[in-house]
Design a binder for this molecule. Structure first.
Ligand code: NI
Length: 145
């Protein structure tokens, strides 16, 4: 393990209060431990610098379908990127809200482009991209028989 470094973080009071509530809920012993976990999580789910890596994953969206034309715009965007979409599951959460999970597969760069466009869409309340290498257990050439 490398040496610990101390850093200062400027954060709004409201956000810090929410963060502290999160620590308590998840029984974190300190802000530092929770901060490290969040950083590791962010780094682990980042597609990395190589946009050509083949990945699989999901884009999860929560939005209100009563937002003007949002459902249609989300569908149209998925048709534009159909080559990297395996399947889409839509759940009507209640009268207004929808949960959509888009299963994606393809080059990290293309998948990221689709996810960014969906998540950034006006009216999408929450969005999250999860990515994993398409062949995580691929053996090195010297190990093949
Ligand atoms: Ni719905």
């Amino acid at each position: 393990m490398s040496e610990l470094s101390r850093i200062g973080v400027a954060i709004e009071g409201d956000l810090l209060a929410d963060f502290d509530a999160y620590l308590e809920k998840h029984h974190y012993p300190s802000r530092s431990e929770a901060f490290r976990d969040l950083i590791r999580d962010a780094l682990a789910t980042d597609p990395g610098p190589d946009e050509r890596t083949e990945v699989v994953g999901t884009v999860t969206l929560v939005y209100s379908h009563s937002t003007r034309h949002l459902g249609d715009r989300i569908t149209a965007l998925q048709h534009d990127h159909h080559a990297c979409i395996v399947s889409t599951m839509h759940v009507h959460l209640d009268h207004d809200d929808c949960l959509e999970v888009v299963v994606v597969r393809g080059r990290a760069g293309k998948v990221r482009e689709l996810a960014d466009a969906l998540i950034a869409m006006k009216g999408v309340r929450q969005g999250r991209l999860f990515l994993s290498p398409a062949q995580p257990h691929e053996t090195a050439p010297s190990e093949t028989r």
